[in-house]
Design a protein around this ligand. Structure first.
Ligand SMILES: [Zn+2]
Length: 293
């Protein structure tokens, strides 16, 4: 009995060490890794379809990877020239770029990557927890009577740094708008802009509700295209990423952001600003290509 037991152990060792586990094209080590990750039914699917470990491996670090969607992922990967992550994101979020189609709740809430756009919304009760008022800072702003301009503390602290750097370069920056409540957006969209989706966001879909977005201009330009011709806009375009900001609705990305070029609308994204700027990306594209959604 003892002898047979040892023999079985030795044979098992040989199988593991030399990768001659009897299962298709995968080595014993690869097979062991697959068994760790997948259920018996999933392994059967893998073997029945002759899927090689090396083809699966790039997907395995993603939590939402679903083996039964493997062929869908691969199809869009080749069709669109996507990375493995982008393919996964595309299959799991077919409406990611379809405005007001099947909106999802905001992604990455309460982080600088927080995504609110025409496909991702906030509840009417959502109010950022750490709003601070521009009145408490030594910066320029224009505030209408009876209104206040607030931003999340991280965003306003970063803005103050940017404002001072701009000033030192002889550049004028003024805040026109910051956090906007659901109710305020509702009034703007339905009463001021007559439900025009091309100009104003529907309530819950405005990035201003995050407290991370702000409108910057000069008094003479206001929120008009004139600002795009100003030295202030040129300075912001060249420098805002150093302070954690991005131009949120750049020209040429309307099909992705859902907005025409707005030279005044900036968004705080913190440390991600450098990468987003360097890649010429929008926030939507950065998230799609770098994070599991
Ligand atoms: Zn804005």
């Amino acid at each position: 009995m003892m002898g047979r037991h040892y023999a079985a152990v030795i044979i098992l060792l040989i199988i593991v060490l030399f990768g001659i586990y009897p299962a298709g094209k995968n080595t014993g080590r690869e097979e062991a890794l697959l068994q760790e990750r997948f259920s018996a039914a999933e392994l059967e699917f893998i073997n029945a379809n002759g899927i090689a470990y090396k083809d699966l491996e790039p997907y395995l670090k993603y939590h939402k990877f679903d083996i039964y969607k493997y062929f869908q992922y691969e199809e869009v990967r080749f069709k669109h020239g996507y990375t493995h992550l982008e393919s996964l994101n595309h299959v799991h979020n077919p409406d990611y770029y379809r405005f007001y189609h099947q909106p999802r709740e905001a992604l990455f809430p309460d982080t600088p990557l927080m995504l609110v756009n025409k496909c991702h919304y906030l509840d009417k009760d959502y109010v950022p927890g750490d709003l601070v008022n521009v009145r408490d800072y030594d910066i320029d702003y224009i505030v209408r009577e009876g209104e206040e301009i607030c931003l999340r503390k991280a965003a306003l602290d970063a803005y103050v740094e940017m404002y001072e750097a701009a000033r030192a370069d002889g550049i004028e920056l003024m805040i026109f708008s910051g956090y906007r409540s659901y109710e305020k957006q509702s009034v703007l969209h339905y009463q001021v802009y007559n439900q025009d989706d091309s100009i104003s966001a529907r309530p819950g879909f405005s990035e201003h509700q995050t407290g991370y977005a702000l409108d910057i201009s000069r008094p003479g330009d206001g929120l008009t295209m004139l600002f795009a011709q100003s030295p202030s806009f040129a300075w912001l375009s060249a420098n805002c990423h150093k302070y954690g900001f991005i131009l949120r609705f750049p020209a040429g990305k309307e099909h992705i952001t859902g907005y025409t070029f707005e030279p005044w609308h900036f968004r705080y994204v913190g440390d991600y600003a450098e990468t987003i700027h360097a890649g010429g990306l929008t926030l939507e594209e950065y998230i799609f290509s770098n994070l599991e959604i």
